[in-house]
Write a protein that binds this ligand. Structure first.
Ligand SMILES: C[S@@+](CC[C@H](N)C(=O)[O-])C[C@H]1O[C@@H](n2cnc3c(N)ncnc32)[C@H](O)[C@@H]1O
Length: 509
């Protein structure tokens, strides 16, 4: 990227693009509520359950993301404190677990889930989660959900909801699991019990073995732990961006120190947006795995001063912001590229404090697949945090598992390979490439890297494990057989991030 291209991309084009892109049309989430008659609204008496139902409908009807829809719904309905925590657990837990609940509901209702009106099915799912996944007393779970059904589904549907929930409440969760998994093949049974699509369970099992996190004799126990971790709501992790904020600032706000990242802090409750350092982007929400990846790439030795680093596909910029701060520490500069103008805009917002503090960052929009040909042999370090299925972050995105399909993988691996080719071309001899995914699927991780190594004899893979240190400087355990690193929710309490370290040889082979 030349300076003139940079200034064009950074300022004028950015402003033009921003001017053209109007905000998305407002979601119609409140439609059902506003259509209700006041008398009906009063009868519901439980705004928290209603909010949970609204969020489920937005997710299933409008493809909304629950963790974006929920805070807005809570704000709009002025729900806070324990009620907000209840509504969130109810909606997120239901979204995660409805793979299991639907099988139970089918038994209890005597018909397939697809034969139940989707809005009614969501109400029953909420009731099932209260009965089987939360400590809500049975009578309250049933009566409050039937009241909700009366409000949102109508009196006729409420009778059906009542009958189904009464049957659901007749057995414990363990008894239901035994009932609905009976006769299924072991992985299919595990998929139902832990509410994951079966193709994902198979992919995770393959990844546990492929990365060395499990062997044939213990893989099923490890897989079970992993699936349980996916269903366990993860604490919010924060990063104090170096030189912009301190971990102490976050601890003063009630966070606790993180175990792995020296810049991390853990929040077990509360709203990260209420923290000043987060609001002004000196700190941010960022999984520890992502922090470790950026720290690892920053710490890999590459000869030469005043280096140029590149984040090839950077939106929304979480790793780029950390890398930019770490680059500045080494008197180096980060170049940031992202294909989507909207996401480049997000990168700028993520980077606001870094940019204001004078940290030099060059931000541009372009197809990362072309950048290697445009700027060959240029960068000292290149990060490819590739678009992927996101199977490593299922614990953070309640609905994500149901939105992916096995057929998504092939298209993504082609793009991942092309981005990696371009990153290799853009790296100067002697420089390094960090290839990362937020998925442990071996087709997206080791297979993409192995194929790239076949195409590029000028590149060798190095052991990335020595660069993964905890907050005290000790080697992090259980990183797999190497040379790539695979993190796991059940082993590291991080998202299942993958990282491979490649070095372009100084002389061509
Ligand atoms: C996994 S995300 C990166 C996350 C980012 N590193 C962070 O920590 O915030 C992958 C990004 O790649 C971008 N992308 C997809 N195709 C691309 C391409 N051909 N060139 C550049 N970026 C691309 C996507 O828009 C997305 O923002």
């Amino acid at each position: 990227m030349s300076d003139s291209e940079q200034s064009g991309r950074n300022h004028d084009e950015y402003r033009n693009a921003k001017g053209r892109q109007r905000p998305q049309a407002r979601r119609t989430s409140d439609r059902a509520r506003s259509e209700q008659r006041p008398a009906e609204r009063r009868r519901s008496g439980d705004p928290a359950r209603r909010v949970a139902w609204d969020v489920l409908r937005q997710v299933h009807d409008n493809d909304a993301y629950a963790n974006i829809a929920m805070p807005k719904a809570l704000r709009d309905n002025r729900i806070s404190g324990r009620d907000a925590a209840f509504a969130s657990e109810l909606a997120y837990g239901t979204l995660r677990m409805h793979g299991l609940y639907d099988r139970i509901i089918e038994h209890a209702a005597g018909r397939g889930a697809s034969q139940i009106d989707p809005a009614v099915l969501d109400t029953i799912r909420l009731g099932a989660h209260q009965l089987l996944g939360m400590r809500v007393p049975s009578h309250a779970a049933a009566s409050e959900t039937v009241a909700l059904a009366r409000e949102v589904n109508g009196a006729g549907a409420a009778g059906f909801v009542n009958a189904v929930l009464r049957r659901v409440s007749e057995r414990t969760r363990e008894e239901w699991v035994a009932e609905v998994t009976a006769g299924r093949e072991p992985l299919a049974a595990l998929a139902v019990e832990h509410s994951h699509p079966e193709w994902i369970v198979r992919a995770l099992r393959g990844a546990l073995i492929g990365s060395g996190a499990a062997a044939a004799e213990n893989v099923d126990a490890e897989l079970r732990r992993l699936l349980e971790a996916d269903n366990d709501p993860a604490d919010v992790m924060l990063v104090a961006r170096p030189h912009l904020a301190t971990v102490e600032e976050l601890l003063d706000e009630g966070a606790t120190p993180s175990r792995l990242s020296p810049f991390g802090a853990r929040m077990s409750g509360g709203d990260p947006g209420a923290i000043r350092a987060v609001r002004d982007t000196r700190a941010a929400v960022q999984d520890e795995g992502s922090q470790l990846l950026a720290l690892a790439l920053a710490s890999v030795p590459v000869e030469g001063d005043q280096q140029e680093w590149l984040d090839l596909c950077a939106g929304p910029g979480g790793k780029a912001a950390l890398l930019a701060c770490l680059a500045a520490e080494q008197d180096s500069v980060l170049f940031v590229n992202e294909v989507s103008e909207h996401r480049t805009d997000l990168v700028r917002r993520t980077m606001a404090a870094a940019l204001q503090s004078g940290i030099e960052v060059m931000i541009g929009t372009g197809d990362g697949r072309e950048l290697g040909a445009e700027e060959p042999d240029t960068y000292d370090k290149v990060l490819v945090d590739a678009p992927c299925t996101g199977l490593g972050a299922l614990r953070r995105r309640p609905e994500a598992r149901w939105r992916k399909s096995a057929s998504d993988v092939a298209g993504l691996t082609t793009l991942q390979g092309e981005l990696l080719d371009s990153a290799i071309a853009a790296t100067r001899p002697g420089g390094v490439i960090g290839y990362a995914t937020c998925s442990p699927h071996t087709a997206e991780t080791t297979a993409v890297v192995a194929d790239a190594l076949k195409r590029h004899p000028e590149v060798v893979q190095e052991d990335a494990r020595p660069y993964f240190k905890d907050a005290t400087g000790k080697q992090i355990p259980d990183l797999g057989d190497g040379p790539g690193v695979q993190l796991w929710p059940h082993l590291h309490d991080t998202d299942a991030m993958f990282f491979a370290l490649l070095r372009k040889q100084s002389t061509s082979v």
